[in-house]
Every structure is written in C-alpha cells, then in structure tokens.
Design a protein around this ligand. Structure first.
Ligand code: PGA
Length: 251
C-alpha cells in the first residue's frame, strides 16, 4: 500500500493562506503525488473547501477534517457533521488526536465511536494513539496502546477496507516539542502496534498503515520512514510550510 504523508494544520491558516499553501505545494511536487505516496491535508474546517478545490486539479492529494461529531445532525453546538465535511470536499478524518484527548477530554470510548462512525460513512480514518511521558516512564506503553487500539477499533466491522483505516502512533511527549523519538524507539513502538493490530484484527492487522507523528521534519522524515512498520507520517508544525512539507513528501 502507498505511504501516507499527512499534514495536520491544527488551528492555523485562513482559507486564503490554505489555498496559497497547497497551490505552492503542488508547484513543488507537480500535479501528481510522489510515487507510492498519498498526501492528506487536514486544514481547519473553514479552509477545507479551498484545499480540496486545489487538490481536485491533481491526483493523489486529499483533504480531511480534524474533528467531527458522530451524529448525522442535531443540537450539538460547536460541532460539525461528516456530511458537512464531505460537502466541503473532505474524504478523510482524524480521530483521537492527543490534543482532542487531553484538551477536550475525548475518551477512548468516544474515539472508538467516532472511528466506527466515519469508517461506516465511507471516509478514511486516521486513528491517533500514543503514550504520555509519564506512562512511558512507568512502563505502561503496551497497556496504553492496547487500550487505545482496542477501544478505538471496537466498532469496526471484521471485514475492513484496509486502505481506509490508518493508525498514527504519536508519542505525546514528541508532539510539538521538537523531541522526536529515536528510530529505535519508533521501531519498538511500531512493532508493538503491529502486534496489537494483529490480535485485534487477525485478517487486516498486517496491512493497515501505521504512521509516525511527533516533530517530524524534512531532515528526519526519510530516516523515520525507513523504519520497519512505518507506513507514513503525520506532521504538524513542519506541514504549515509548503516547501518543508514537500521535502517530507519526497523523503
Ligand atoms: P508536530 O505535530 O509535528 O508539530 O509535532 C504532530 C501532530 O500533532 O500530529
């Protein structure tokens, strides 16, 4: 399967800035995503349309939503429905990003409901997991990742379209801190995630893409993507700059 190179723009960029950024990105990469790669960009909601319109002129580029609420519509002030994201041009969503978990209190159970809901609706889902520094230091890595993956995937069907579900392993201590995990730590965690996926989904665990996220930059992306069981990257800060992100996509 193709590697997934994903940009999480968080709460950055107006729609004009987003338009310019992805137009510049296509200028660097050409109208086709690099060979054997798919490019996903998760802009703020208000910029999804601008991004998807530029991507419609290329191939292998997809826009996504950073968040949504797992109901078709209703009295959920401040939330957004998948139909609305789709209308803006989104074909992927993130679920369980550590900022959603820690700042907005999303539980493993809610992340699981969201993952199943978006998958059933036909979107691609990047299910994000990862341990805090305290959990790692307490020797809880396997326990935390197992709980996040079991709950996160609990509502998915047994027969999965593996192209529409990816897992992003993002150690919380490496997100936005400049502290990238070492390739040894990444290899160990990704092997562990692969093992847990195999138990949860004997049929599809081996094929699901596992992305690494946490301070990925142009100069470390190639080394990270060469690690066993790393099938792509989820990039925050460095994805806001088209030139830097294009280098990551080409790494
Ligand atoms: P970062 O963010 O690349 O800025 O560390 C990654 C993420 O939050 O997905």
């Amino acid at each position: 399967m193709k590697k997934l190179i994903a940009a999480n723009w968080k709460m950055y960029k107006s729609s004009a800035e987003a338009h310019n950024c992805v137009a510049t990105l296509l200028g660097f990469l050409g109208k086709k995503a690099p060979e054997n790669k798919e490019i996903l960009v998760f802009p703020p909601f208000t910029a999804i349309k601008a991004v998807s319109e530029v991507f419609a002129g290329g191939s292998g580029f997809f826009a996504g939503g950073q968040n949504f609420y797992p109901e078709p519509e209703g009295a959920f002030t401040g939330e957004i429905a998948l139909g609305m994201l789709r209308e803006a041009g989104a074909s992927w969503v993130l679920a369980g990003h550590s900022e959603r978990r820690s700042i907005f209190g999303e539980s493993n159970e809610l992340v699981g409901r969201k993952t199943a809901y978006a998958y059933e609706a036909g979107l691609g889902v990047v299910l994000c997991i990862g341990e805090t520094l305290a959990q790692r230091e307490n020797g809880e890595l396997e326990q935390v990742l197992t709980a996040q993956l079991e709950a996160g995937m609990a509502g998915l069907p047994v027969e999965l379209d593996g192209a529409r579900l990816a897992v992003a392993y993002e150690p919380v201590w490496a997100i936005g801190t400049g502290k990238v995990a070492g390739t040894g730590e990444i290899a160990e965690a990704h092997n562990l995630v692969r093992k847990i996926l195999g138990k949860i989904s004997p049929r599809h665990g081996a094929e699901l893409r596992i992305l690494y996220g946490g301070s990925v930059k142009a100069d470390n992306a190639g080394g990270i993507m060469a690690v066993d069981n790393v099938d792509g990257v989820l990039v925050g800060g460095a994805s806001l700059d088209a030139e830097k992100f294009s280098k990551i996509a080409l790494a």
